[in-house]
Ligand binder design. Structure first.
Ligand code: TAP
Length: 486
């Protein structure tokens, strides 16, 4: 996969410290569905395997929810809703605070588990995912007794049973984004984790038991192939929350049309990271790297299009290539690993085929010299130059460690190119001029805009998109509205 202008990796593999031990966490050989406070087999007894994407080792066998199980879980959630929604907010808050504290106490186990099941580097699960997960539960615990003061009028009411479908790129964090606001507002939950990453959600089910959460308030249904649709279509589900691909988001919007179910969709993106000629180059390079290589680029708000002002393009690309040559790809449990595994064979083949299309359409591909492990699913950090707006790699979400570089001359051209996308989720602006940050940000059609940084998250900030990136907001005070009849 290397190209002519590939640079030699210098000392990237010289030092290999002991990896974080997988013995930190006990993984059972099999797990049931979590319904009404108990782990149970699927009604039809079906199971599927979850594998570690960095080794292809089978981690565990998971019960596979079908339609009957969805019905069972929705009934349990409906039954629990009466008492749960009638609790004073201060009581619901106590459970959420307890869950948040247990997550902190067990964060080492959870970080290792997430890294094993997802393939992302331990330094990301440890320093980003887990702290953000706990923070999300703490933040919404704080809202539970203040809903009358959230600006939605007096006495806002919960909707009922929330059916939630989450993706594999941030399994536990997306669970937190969905479950914390739902419970704070008095709803009960049936959540379907992605089929490639069910383990941290099942571990979370155990945390719910440890926290003494009443039975049926949270139900977790791993599934594969039909559980998602059965949940969304269940007539006793009042609220649907989905994060994932735009194609499935559109299907869900069609499924719930005319049902009065409240829906939030958080879908794909093709974020533009815009670097002006007065930007601090070294800082911008770090932001570009974290923007597209964090979590192997499997991030809906990734800065997957670099828009660089023409006058600094050569200098910036030289710095960027030097920096990419220092990234360490390999064992995700190694604390020094920067680039982990791609989540699944399917995702790897999607990335590979889009990258091949990029080359076939005439863009120039470059990667640092990089040895890929023989087992598992891996893709080297890749950047494309000579990219035009018409190229597929400039338009489609690749959801992998692949950066498409385009240039611009004027701020207006930068804005026009950034907005030239079916998506509108994220953008970044790099410049020393505060006035330019405000002027450009006001013209960008993106739900989240960072300036002089990228991929920073906070539970107090609403997150969500424009256009085909979906609708509704998660996080912050806005995130409460999705779960309330206001
Ligand atoms: P996605 O499309 O993201 O989601 C698949 C999930 O949706 C599964 O859990 C599936 O459950 C459920 N689902 C499928 N059809 C459904 C329906 N009609 N109603 C309700 N739920 C339904 O899946 P993927 O194939 O893993 O990823 C494909 C692409 O999506 C990636 O390449 C990436 O571009 C994008 N993606 C985006 C994000 C974010 S954060 N925006 C996250 C992950 C992936 P069942 O198996 O039970 O049907």
């Amino acid at each position: 996969m290397t190209t002519e202008n590939t640079e030699k990796r210098s000392s990237a593999f010289a030092y290999a410290p002991a990896p974080e031990s997988r013995s930190v966490v006990d993984i059972a050989p099999s797990y049931g569905l979590f319904i009404d406070g108990e782990f149970v087999e699927a009604a039809d007894g079906r199971v599927f395997k979850t594998v570690s994407p960095s080794t292809e080792e089978v981690l565990s066998e998971i019960a596979q929810a079908g339609e009957a199980d969805v019905d069972r879980a929705v009934k349990a959630a409906r039954k629990a809703f009466g008492k749960w929604s009638a609790l004073p907010g201060s009581e619901r808050a106590k459970y959420l605070f307890r869950i948040a504290r247990i997550i902190q106490e067990r964060s080492r186990e959870l970080a290792v588990l997430e890294t094993l099941d997802n393939g992302k580097p331990i330094k990301e699960t440890r320093d980003a995912d887990l702290p953000l997960v706990a923070a999300h539960f703490f933040y919404y615990a704080g809202w539970a007794d203040k809903l009358d003061h959230a600006g939605f009028g007096a006495n806002p009411r919960p909707l009922g049973v929330a059916g939630q479908v989450i993706p594999w790129n941030f399994p536990l964090l997306m669970l937190a984004w969905k479950i914390a606001p739902a419970l704070a507002t008095g709803n009960t939950v049936v959540l379907k984790p992605a089929e490639t990453t069910p383990l941290s959600a099942l571990f979370f089910a155990d945390i719910c038991r440890q926290a003494g959460l009443p039975k049926g308030v949270v139900n977790i249904l791993p599934g594969y192939g039909s559980a998602g649709a059965a949940l969304v279509e269940h007539p006793d589900v009042n609220k649907v929350a989905f994060t994932g691909s735009t194609a499935v988001g559109k299907a869900i919007a069609r499924q719930v049309a005319g049902t009065r179910k409240k829906v939030t969709l958080e879908l794909g993106g093709k974020g533009a990271n815009i670097v002006f000629d007065d930007a601090p180059i070294d800082q911008a390079v770090e932001g570009i790297v974290s923007g597209i290589f964090f979590n192997q680029g499997q991030v809906c708000c990734a800065g997957s299009r670099l828009l660089v002002q023409e006058s600094i393009q050569d200098e910036l690309l030289d710095s960027l290539k030097r920096r990419l040559s220092t990234l360490r790809l390999g064992d995700p449990l190694d604390k020094n690993t920067d680039i982990g595994a791609i989540n699944s064979a399917e995702q790897l083949s999607r990335i590979t085929s889009l990258v091949e299309q990029g080359e076939a359409e005439g863009a120039e591909r470059w990667s640092p010299a990089c040895e890929l492990p023989s087992a598992g699913y891996w893709f080297a950090p890749t950047l494309f130059t000579n990219v035009t707006q018409a190229h597929t790699i400039a338009r489609d979400e690749i959801f992998g460690p692949v950066l498409s570089v385009l240039s611009f001359r004027t701020p207006d051209e930068a804005v026009a190119k950034a907005n030239n996308s079916q998506y509108g989720l994220s953008a970044g602006i790099w410049t020393e001029k505060g006035s330019r940050i405000l002027a450009v940000a006001n013209k960008l059609r993106a739900g989240v805009i960072w300036s002089n940084t990228f991929n920073k998250f906070d539970p107090t900030s609403p997150f969500g998109g424009y256009k085909e990136s979906g609708f509704g907001r998660e996080g912050g005070r806005h995130g409460l509205e999705a779960y309330l009849d206001v």
